[in-house]
Design a protein around this ligand. Structure first.
Ligand code: MG
Length: 273
């Protein structure tokens, strides 16, 4: 599995950006999907490449995930320098001084109503399960019979969509309701500002990653993992392919940083090229 030529070319250009931010979705991107969410782990090659990038100067790494922050930490064991955007942007970890998520009274009451609603759906549909997050609730249907899972999904979406202040997102075998308006795209914009990134690589596999692809700017590189419609300009087949891509970026970035500034101007592509 080689990195396709067009993507390779885009990565070669990106590697010369002054401040590089490498943002990765976790499940289905760094880590193969698993039946039990707690079993997911990044492929070793992907983890090593990301760690290598984290060690480079003028290079930042981030994980942008739908998982709750605590859950993301458990499965990803991120380097403390890796920035974290969790719960689809509702929770962030951007350093020791960052403020934790606080719900107001109204949001807390609403979260109670949402949780009760999803609990009723789960009780009526065997094999489905409920996950509580700081700002929302998730219905998981991966372990249910397909028709039971579909019925649960329909019912949950129907009920949750009528609630004011509740943001409903559908992903692969999950329906998520959040009482905080957030998206991975918002998360990506926050990371761009915070890091002063001049170029971003983002990869993700799910529908919820589309807001992040839409938040990319010219010169950034968006990679959709797997099949499905996407706003991303490039594709990877699976997490193995993503690991290879990250190794490629690590090598290219090292080379770019080793290039003396004068040569860098000569070989480094300009943005309007
Ligand atoms: Mg994913």
């Amino acid at each position: 599995m080689a990195v396709e030529a067009r993507l390779q070319h885009a990565l070669e250009r990106l590697a010369f950006t002054p401040v590089l931010l490498v943002c990765m979705d976790f499940d289905g991107t760094l880590a193969p999907l698993t039946d039990r969410a707690e079993d997911a782990r990044a492929l070793p090659a992907a983890g090593e490449a990301l760690a290598g990038l984290t060690d480079l100067p003028e290079t930042r790494t981030a994980l942008v995930s739908g998982r709750a922050l605590a859950s993301l930490r458990d499965v990803a064991s991120p380097d403390e320098r890796t920035l974290l955007v969790a719960s689809h942007g509702a929770e962030t970890w951007i350093g020791p001084d960052a403020e934790p998520l606080e719900l107001d009274d109204q949001q807390r009451d609403l979260l109670g109503v949402v949780t009760a609603s999803v609990r009723r759906v789960v009780d009526a549909h065997p094999g489905t399960s409920l996950e509580e997050k700081p700002a929302g609730v998730v219905l998981h249907t991966r372990r249910a019979e397909p028709e039971v899972g579909d019925a649960a999904t329909d019912e949950a979406v129907r009920e949750l969509s009528t609630m004011d202040g509740v943001h409903v997102m559908q992903g692969k075998k999950v329906v998520e309701a959040s009482v905080v308006s957030a998206s991975k795209g918002d998360g990506l914009a926050t990371l761009r500002e915070l890091t002063g990134a001049t170029g971003i690589l983002f990869a993700g596999d799910d529908v919820t990653d589309e807001t992040a692809f839409a938040a990319l700017a010219p010169g950034d590189v968006g990679v959709k993992v797997g099949d499905g419609d996407t706003a991303a300009a490039y594709r990877a087949e699976d997490p193995e392919h993503v690991a290879e891509l990250l190794s490629t970026v690590l090598r290219l970035r090292r080379d770019a940083l080793d290039t003396p500034p004068l040569d860098r101007e000569r070989v480094g592509p300009s943005l309007d090229e």
